[in-house]
Design a protein around this ligand. Structure first.
Ligand code: FVH
Length: 293
């Protein structure tokens, strides 16, 4: 980490995450101003050396960089819309979770107030903040990210994804989709194996091997998606669909929930009906890229 500890920073929002962010800045030596709607949440940070700003406007005016981390974007706007402070030349980094449209709208709001704006997404729990394991994604103008990266480095592994302010939120939900899909697949297999007396811990190493193996396919499959060409190099979608039918039948026969396998097969069947049965699995991107029928 390439920290510049003399740069002042303000943290607005002292939930569990905001407290962790402010704590990491303090630990790295940054003069840190904090503000929270419920002022009592600043006490521990003040004991560690933070300055508690008496008002939101005071907090925003305290330095060149303010990090905002509130419950949601509604809270962000309820709070910031109530201030008429001009933010000329200052940088606002919003690490509140939300969607890409909210990120872009907030970027427009910040522009109207004269502020530079980066949106961000935290892919970590509060306990990891300040360590390399804490991945924090940012999107917005690269020059604004580079200007503050030495300060942001105090928080963990910070990354810039691109100029579109919506990207951090999109990567955030894409990561969640990946996480839940892997976990759901594992739970489906675990439920099946438990009917034969195989416990979750016994199945877990095999499941991890499969997940790791499938992860290796992603770069090649991504090339197919980006080129729009899906030759069946290892398997055709109709072959996969037959295996999906086995998964459904086995789940039903064993009294295990078959909703998820049925949903996946429904999408594959639609793609096959549209003429893609002889192509490879990533051709399903076309099903994923439009609203459900
Ligand atoms: N905690 C986590 O593990 C996750 C990890 C992934 C990213 N998230 C996101 O981080 C945002 C903040 O999370 P948090 O855990 O700190 O959340 P809360 O405890 O809910 O604290 C939220 C702060 O927001 C303040 N707040 C809420 N509404 C308003 C409002 N209308 N006006 C002003 N402030 C507001 C709240 O203030 P108070 O209740 O203490 O007065 C807290 O400071 C979040 O987007 C996660 O998704 C964390």
């Amino acid at each position: 980490m390439n920290n510049k500890p003399d740069t002042p920073v303000t943290v607005v929002g002292l939930g569990l995450m905001g407290q962790a962010l402010a704590g990491a800045f303090l630990k790295a030596g940054h003069p840190t101003t904090v503000w929270n709607r419920t002022a009592a949440k600043a006490s521990q940070l003040v004991a560690e050396g933070a300055r508690s700003a008496p008002t939101l406007d005071d907090a925003l005016a305290a330095g060149p960089l303010t990090i905002v981390c509130l419950t949601d974007y509604q809270a962000v706007h309820e709070l910031l819309d109530g201030s008429d402070i001009q933010l000329d030349g200052r940088t606002l980094i919003n690490l509140t979770s939300g969607d890409s449209a909210q990120a872009r709208e907030t970027a427009d709001w910040a522009r109207r107030r004269g502020a530079r704006y980066l949106d961000g997404a935290i892919m970590a729990v509060p306990q990891a903040i300040g360590t390399a394991e804490a991945v924090i994604l940012h999107s917005g103008p690269q020059s604004d990210f580079e200007a503050h990266k030495p300060t942001l480095d105090a928080l963990g592994t910070v990354t810039h994804l691109g100029a579109d302010h919506g990207l951090a939120s999109l990567y955030d939900v894409a990561g969640l989709a990946m996480m839940w899909s892997v976990l759901n697949a594992w739970l489906q297999g675990t439920a099946l194996l438990r009917t034969a007396g195989v416990d979750a811990a016994t199945y877990a190493p095999f499941a991890r091997q499969i997940a790791t193996g499938v992860a290796q396919w992603l770069p090649g499959y991504a090339e197919q998606i980006d080129s729009g060409s899906f030759p069946a190099e290892v398997s055709a979608l109709e072959t996969d669909a037959r295996a999906m039918a086995h998964l459904i039948e086995e789940s039903e026969a064993l009294g295990v929930n078959a909703e998820l396998p049925r949903l996946i097969k429904k999408m594959a069947d639609r793609s096959i009906a549209a003429g893609h049965g002889a192509e490879q699995y990533p051709v399903l991107i076309e099903e994923f890229s439009r609203p459900a029928a």
